[in-house]
Design a protein around this ligand. Structure first.
Ligand code: MN
Length: 485
C-alpha cells in the first residue's frame, strides 16, 4: 500500500480537494514509526496506510483520513498528542485522542460486555468519526491476525464479533460489518468456515453464476428497451450471514444459498418503480414478499424496493431495487451521510438521530461548534439502553421500561408486568438512563396493555402499539356479543 493509492482513492470522491495534509500526515507518521515493525515483519507504516485506505473507501472526510494515518502515534511512538495538534490542528488531534482512549478499553468477556459498549457510545457521542477510524484500524488488525498467538487472536475476534460488528450495523456501515464478521468467523469457527467456503466457492459457484447471468441478460435487455440506465450486481459474499441463518432456522446451505438475490441500481426513484413493474411483468411475484422501503423506510433509514419472484426455472429470486444514493447509504452508512451532505443532496429518511446530526451540520459552518452541538442536541436527549443479551436500543430521553418493551417486540410490551433495571426491580413507569440494562418481566397470560400506559409512555412507537392493541381487544369483545348466524 502506498500513500499515492490513498490520495487517488480520496480524490475519486472529492476531485477538487487539497490533499497536502494527507501527504504531510504520511511523512510525519513514517518518521514517527520509522524503526517499528508489525508482528508479521512488515514496516509499521503499512498499518497506518491500510487504516487510512479503508477510510477513503467508505468516503470519510479529510480530517478522518489524516487522523487514520496518525492514529497510533501517541500510544506507540515518542511523539505526543501535542505534536499532532501543533502540526495538524485541534480537530485532527481530537480524533486521534478519541482513538487512543478507545484503545484503552479492554475486552473482558461477555460479563463486561455492556460496559465496553457503553464506553464506545460515549466515544461516539463525542465524534462519530472516531468510531469509523476504530473500525478501519480493527479491520486491518484482523486481516493480519495470523501472526498473533492463538489466545490473543481469539480474544480480538470475539470482541469484534460481539462489540464492533453490531455497532457497525447500528451505524448502517454494512459492508464493513460483513467484512469484520467473516474474518472473525474464520478465526473462531475454522471448521465451519472451511466447510461453508468450500460449498460456496467450489460446489455451487458455477451453477449459481450461470443462473444469475441468464437472469441479468433478460432483465438487462428489458431495461435497455425502457431506456433506464442500470447496474445489476449479485449478493456480496457473507459466509457468517449464511452460517447464522442455518443455525437459527435449522436449514441446509442449499436452501439459503439457492435463494438467488440480485441488486438493481437505477438513477431515480421513478426508475425504481418502473424497474419493479418490468420485473413483475417478466416473472410472477410472490405478493407476501414485496416490501416498499422507499415509501416506508426501515427504522435505521434503509430504503429500497424488495420483491421476490418465481424467476427462471420457477426458482425463487429476490430483487432489491434502489438508487445509487440509497445503495451507498446502505453500504457506507453514516460515512455516506457526510459525503452526500458535502455534495448538497441529503435525503430525508434517516434514523432520528442521524437526521438531527445532519440538521445541525447544515446550520453550523464551524466543525468544532458542530461537534459540540451534536454532543448536546443529539446524544443529550437520546439514550442507549441494553437488553441482557447486549442488543442496543436507541430511545428518546425519559423513555420508560414500557417504551423499551415495545421497541423490542409488541408481544413483550403487551405482556409486560414489571422490569429489572441493572439487576434491580423497577417500576414500569421509571425513567431510563443512558447505558441501563433492562430486562422485562412478562406474564404470558396477560391479555394486553393497560389504558393508563398511554399516560406513561414517551415514544410514538409504544403509544401506537398500545392503542392498536386496545382497539383490537375492544373489537374482540364486541364480536362476542354478536350472535353467530
Ligand atoms: Mn492501529
Amino acid at each position: 500500500m502506498t500513500i499515492n493509492q490513498i490520495i487517488s482513492q480520496f480524490k475519486e470522491n472529492r476531485p477538487k480537494a487539497d490533499t497536502t495534509m494527507i501527504q504531510l500526515a504520511f511523512e510525519f507518521a513514517q518518521k514517527a514509526h520509522a524503526d517499528q515493525k508489525r508482528k508479521n515483519g512488515e514496516p509499521y507504516i503499512q498499518h497506518s496506510l491500510h487504516t487510512a485506505f479503508v477510510l477513503t473507501q467508505i468516503k470519510a472526510d479529510l480530517e478522518t483520513v489524516v487522523a487514520g494515518l496518525l492514529h497510533d502515534i501517541p500510544e506507540d511512538t515518542e511523539y505526543t498528542l501535542a505534536d499532532i495538534e501543533k502540526n495538524f490542528g485541534e480537530e485532527v488531534a481530537d480524533l486521534v485522542e478519541g482513538i487512543t482512549k478507545l484503545s484503552k478499553i479492554k475486552y473482558r468477556g461477555i460479563e463486561r460486555y455492556s460496559e465496553s459498549l457503553r464506553k464506545m457510545f460515549l466515544a461516539m457521542a463525542k465524534d462519530l468519526r472516531v468510531i469509523l477510524i476504530k473500525f478501519a484500524d480493527r479491520l486491518h488488525n484482523l486481516r493480519t491476525l495470523e501472526s498473533l498467538p492463538l489466545e490473543k487472536r481469539l480474544r480480538i475476534a470475539k470482541e469484534t464479533l460481539e462489540i464492533y460488528a453490531p455497532i457497525a450495523g447500528l451505524l448502517g456501515v454494512f459492508r464493513l460489518k460483513w467484512q469484520l464478521e467473516d474474518i472473525c468467523f474464520k478465526h473462531l469457527y475454522p471448521e465451519e468456515y472451511k466447510k461453508l467456503e468450500y460449498k460456496y466457492e467450489v460446489e455451487k459457484k458455477y451453477e449459481h453464476n450461470q443462473y444469475i447471468q441468464k437472469t441479468k441478460n433478460i432483465l438487462g435487455a428489458k431495461l435497455k428497451e425502457a431506456k433506464i440506465p442500470f447496474q445489476i450486481t449479485s449478493r456480496f459474499k457473507h459466509l457468517y450471514g449464511i452460517y447464522l441463518k442455518m443455525q437459527k432456522k435449522d436449514r441446509k446451505f442449499a436452501e439459503i444459498y439457492d435463494v438467488f438475490a440480485m441488486r438493481v441500481v437505477v438513477p431515480s426513484i421513478a426508475d425504481c418503480y418502473k424497474t419493479l413493474g418490468i420485473i413483475h411483468s417478466l416473472w410472477r411475484p410472490n405478493p407476501s414478499r414485496f416490501k416498499d422501503y422507499i415509501a416506508v423506510p426501515k427504522p435505521n433509514g434503509y430504503r429500497a424496493l424488495h420483491t421476490t419472484v418465481y424467476g427462471l426455472e420457477s426458482k425463487s429470486c429476490e430483487f432489491q431495487i434502489r438508487t445509487k444514493e440509497m445503495d451507498e447509504q446502505a453500504k457506507f452508512g453514516i460515512a455516506a451521510h457526510w459525503y452526500y451532505k458535502a455534495k448538497g443532496s441529503v435525503s430525508i429518511n434517516q434514523p432520528g438521530w442521524v437526521k438531527e446530526v445532519l440538521k445541525i451540520q447544515k446550520d453550523t459552518e464551524d466543525t468544532l461548534d458542530f461537534i459540540k452541538q451534536i454532543k448536546f442536541d443529539v446524544f443529550h436527549d437520546r439514550i442507549f439502553v441494553f437488553t441482557p443479551k447486549g442488543d442496543v436500543f436507541d430511545l428518546p430521553k425519559g423513555s420508560t421500561p414500557i417504551d423499551f418493551a415495545y421497541y423490542v417486540h409488541s408481544d413483550i410490551g403487551n405482556q409486560a408486568v414489571g422490569a429489572m433495571v441493572n439487576d434491580k426491580i423497577a417500576t414500569l413507569d421509571q425513567g431510563l438512563k443512558n447505558g441501563d440494562l433492562v430486562e422485562i418481566i412478562r406474564e404470558k397470560k396477560r391479555k394486553g396493555p393497560s389504558r393508563d400506559w398511554l399516560k406513561i409512555v414517551k415514544t410514538a412507537t409504544a403509544r401506537n402499539k398500545i392503542k392498536q392493541n386496545l382497539r383490537n381487544s375492544m373489537l374482540d369483545n364486541i364480536k362476542k356479543f354478536i350472535p353467530k348466524i
